[in-house]
Design a protein around this ligand. Structure first.
Ligand code: PMP
Length: 396
């Protein structure tokens, strides 16, 4: 018998969300998550994945993943510290360190998991964390888990950060103070002001933590936002995910050897959750090697991003101020945004609407994620569908 209290709770909250049109219906894909996808038997141009470089379906990765299954099986069999560390795991961590230009790295099962792990392994109730107000949910949860005092600063507002860093430092209340930011903010495609953040960190002796989930593979010729600004030796924690540009799954911290040594003995998902499976690790290693061998995919991603941005801007859409290939198409009104996305779907483009509370009220948008795998023909087709639907709904 199920609990009445639970039944009432669920019904009340689900009805509330559905009533407000905020209940997210998930569309399962009947195809790989490539530049074209199939949903409900319908083929669509996919502008919603984080598969920036198209590596999620790359034949070279599939080949090494298959081989790893033959050699190591499908599961790692234990947590890292018991006997779930395969030689593949250490090879992956060495490859990440090389990719990020750091002394060492540690891999986790996901980027989300990594933020939960890393922040709470170092920060505690006697510390403070200065966190950009638009940081990702996993950073927010990681900060909460640490029990440190969370001090939010206005998005990329360096005066606000400086004032709050100064006040925290001068209060003498905290043992350690950390500043955390996304490298690239995924809703608008803007880039963190890392040179200023590092300068403020030096002035007030802050630990620096950059989550570059959307910057790795994209900025710094692929090496990420920290490298883009030439700050590899100035950022303590370089966080990344292996699930977006890298195309597979997993997360990591890259940094100094002692930091990684500490995380290996103190971060709980490393100690208590089974490690990444062989196929995924092998694919990640190959993916990172491809990125280090050539900038071809990175260059194509930027070409496609610029092409789509220009196409939509020329039509009169508001594409915001993105500094990366992420191309928001800001509609404003929540209902109109949802209708717009639905009509795009009907016409053959998959571009999800993103509305409040994910973004501030009145800034509803359809977010486009062009990738290296899109052809010009696909982008042209998407642009002409945008034109048709935009005119039909009086958006342009
Ligand atoms: N950090 C940021 C900034 C992200 O955008 C995401 C993915 N949405 C994550 C962490 C989580 O990464 P993963 O999907 O690998 O768990």
């Amino acid at each position: 018998m199920s609990s009445n209290v639970l039944d009432q709770f669920l019904q009340h909250h689900l009805d509330d969300l559905k009533g407000k049109g905020l209940y997210n219906v998930i569309d399962p894909l009947e195809s790989p998550n490539g530049s074209k996808i199939k949903i409900n038997g319908k083929e669509l141009i996919n502008l919603s994945s984080n598969n920036y470089l198209g590596l999620a379906t790359d034949e070279r990765l599939k080949e090494v993943a298959t081989k790893a299954i033959e050699e190591f099986g499908v599961g790692a069999g234990a947590v890292r510290t018991i006997n779930g560390t395969l030689s593949l795991h250490t090879k992956l961590e060495d490859t990440i360190a090389k990719f990020k230009h750091t002394e060492a790295a540690i891999a986790y099962q996901s980027g989300f998991n990594c933020n939960m792990a890393a922040i709470s392994a170092v920060m505690d109730k006697n510390d403070a964390i200065l966190s950009d107000e638009l940081n990702h949910a996993s950073i927010i949860d990681g900060c909460r888990l640490s029990k440190a005092k969370i001090i939010r600063f206005n998005h990329s507002d360096m005066d606000d950060l400086r004032a709050k860093a100064k006040a925290a430092k001068e209060s003498g209340q905290y043992n350690k103070i950390m500043v955390i930011t996304d490298g690239v903010f995924s809703m608008d495609g803007d880039v963190a002001k890392l040179p200023e953040i590092v300068e403020i960190a030096e002035e007030f002796d802050l630990i620096t933590y950059v989550d570059d989930a959307h910057g790795s593979g994209v900025l710094g010729k692929g090496a990420g936002t920290v490298k883009h600004f030439g700050l590899s030796d100035k950022v303590d924690f370089q966080i990344g995910t292996l699930s977006k540009a890298i195309g597979v799954v997993g997360g990591y911290v890259a940094g100094k050897q002692e930091l990684i040594d500490w995380l290996k003995v103190r971060s709980r998902p490393f100690l208590f959750s089974t490690s990444l499976p062989p196929a995924d690790i092998a694919a990640c290693i190959r993916s990172l090697e491809i990125l280090m061998e050539s900038t071809e995919l990175h260059d194509r991603l930027w070409e496609n991003g610029d092409y789509l941005k220009k196409g939509l801007k020329d039509l009169g859409f508001n594409i915001g101020d993105s500094e990366t290939p992420i191309t928001p198409c800001i509609i404003g009104d929540e209902t109109l945004t949802q209708t717009f996305s639905k009509r795009l779907y009907e016409e053959g483009v998959y571009a999800k609407s993103i509305v409040f509370p994910t973004v501030p009220q009145g800034t509803g948008r359809v977010r486009n994620m062009p990738t290296a795998a899109h052809t010009k023909e696909m982008l042209d087709e998407a642009i002409s569908i945008y034109e048709k639907v935009g005119k039909e709904l009086n958006i342009i």
